[in-house]
Design a protein around this ligand. Structure first.
Ligand code: KL2
Length: 418
């Protein structure tokens, strides 16, 4: 029998974004003031390891005792974990379609979740699911994203994303919607060009979905397995909102591998114009010629994507996006600087899974004495602590007797200030 790993809730008070304090694993948040109009919700991101991928990559799981690798052993553990943490939103990756239909979806529905699923393209048998509690949200829209494009030779991989717009159920107050995105980007460590383009496509869809009438964005939670490590160019792009990729080798984008043998440099631009996504990661609206309707009315055809008009862009090696995203986790233990890991098997132990969110920003008042404006966003209240590689090898790595994926679930609690 293997021991169990201990993870605890870290309660956070980030009055000052640069000075996030961990308050310890108490049950209440002692410093943050309680506010009257609030909506709190929890989010889990979990790559549950599809059985087909486990069997196709069995060399990664040689350290495991055979019985712990069977789906019939793994699924009850995974379900127990999901039930135990009881998150309001689940973003699951590597959800195998047959298991989804027969076991995963029915089980989650019986726990009070509404489930949406996007399978990978090209007859790949797994995909991403977003499930949310009926009691907390109603569904405003479902927006699947396919990263395969037959008209773009670069985009020949079958990864997908899924973006939901959810309406918080609050009895009294009006609330903005919340945009929840989930993805599993391409694994191939050498193909950072594809990974960055897949990310740009997901960001463009999020822009379109989260876009509000006044031009701002509703709060965003972006989860997934990005197959990129903290501090890598892809990760930095998400957090900083900009990336100059001039001279960057395609194998360096995700930081998964150190070597850069015979690697191409990213082309400028990375993806061709016919993808229809700008360097700012929004859908480009083609100037469509006006069409005359039978009644003689000259009108533009309806556009269902975000109507952001992008003027001719210079060819530059700069990518941008318009969100201000923070990571729930900080990826290193505060005292020792030892890296946290979200996945661990015989070939690697790294962080590749994330929960990003649009943090509440305190707008700095222009004039002295003016009110500090709260710009819509989420406040991180708590996260479930992660572990180091060493912690995981004390329980035989992943998957093991109790932890039935080669990833750990990530969990965060948020507050939406109303
Ligand atoms: O790293 V992952 O595991 O996010 O946990 O994402 C991919 C890999 C997943 C979907 O493609 O399958 C795993 N070596 C190691 N892992 C692989 C490989 C490989 N050659 N191919 C796929 N995966």
């Amino acid at each position: 029998m293997e021991g169990t790993i201990q993870r605890h809730w870290e309660y956070i008070c980030n009055h000052n974004k640069e000075n996030t304090k961990i308050l310890g694993d108490e049950n209440v948040d002692p410093i943050c003031e309680d506010s009257e109009n609030k909506f709190e919700f929890s989010v889990m991101s979990y790559n549950i390891l599809s059985q087909d991928l486990l069997e196709d990559n069995s060399h990664l799981y040689k350290h495991c005792r055979r019985p712990v690798l069977h789906w019939s052993f793994r699924f009850p553990n995974i379900l127990k974990e999901i039930k135990h943490f009881d998150a309001d939103v689940l973003c699951l990756q590597e959800v195998q379609e047959d298991h989804y239909g027969t076991e995963i979806r029915p089980s989650l529905e019986s726990l009070g979740y509404h489930c949406e699923y996007k399978m990978r393209t090209g007859r790949k048998p797994d995909g991403c699911a977003i499930c949310f509690k009926h009691s907390k949200f109603s569904l405003l829209s479902v927006n699947p994203v396919e990263f395969y494009r037959r008209d773009v030779p670069l985009l020949d991989r079958d990864n997908v994303g899924l973006v939901l717009l959810l309406q918080p159920k609050i009895p009294s107050a009006a609330s903005p919607a919340i945009c929840v995105a989930n993805t599993h980007l391409l694994y191939n460590p050498r193909r950072g060009d594809i990974k960055l383009t897949q990310l740009a496509m997901l960001l463009a869809e999020i822009s379109s979905v989260a876009h509000q009438k006044d031009g701002s964005f509703c709060p965003i939670v972006m989860c997934g397995d990005f197959n990129s490590v903290p501090g890598s160019p892809l990760y930095s792009f998400i957090k900083e909102g900009k990336l100059n990729y001039e001279g960057l080798a395609i194998g360096k984008v995700s930081g998964q591998e150190q070597s850069s043998r015979g690697q191409r440099i990213l082309s400028i631009p990375i993806w061709p114009p016919n993808l229809g996504i700008s360097q700012n990661c929004v859908y480009e609206v083609q100037q469509v010629p006006k069409v005359e309707k039978p009644d003689g009315d000259l009108t533009q055809p309806e556009l269902d994507k975000t109507e952001v008009l992008v003027t001719a862009e210079k060819l530059s090696s700069n990518l941008q996006h318009h969100f201000s995203l923070s990571s729930v986790y900080s990826h290193y233990l505060p005292d020792t600087g030892i890296p946290e890991v979200t996945t661990c098997h015989s070939r690697s132990a790294v962080t590749v899974d994330y929960i990003f969110y649009s943090a509440e920003k305190e707008g700095v008042a222009e004039q002295p004495g003016a009110e500090v404006a709260l710009v819509g966003g989420l406040k991180l209240l708590a996260r479930l602590s992660l572990l180091t590689e060493q912690d995981l090898w004390t329980v035989n790595g992943l998957p093991n007797e109790n932890n039935s994926s080669d990833h750990l679930p990530l969990l965060a609690k948020f507050r939406l200030e109303l």
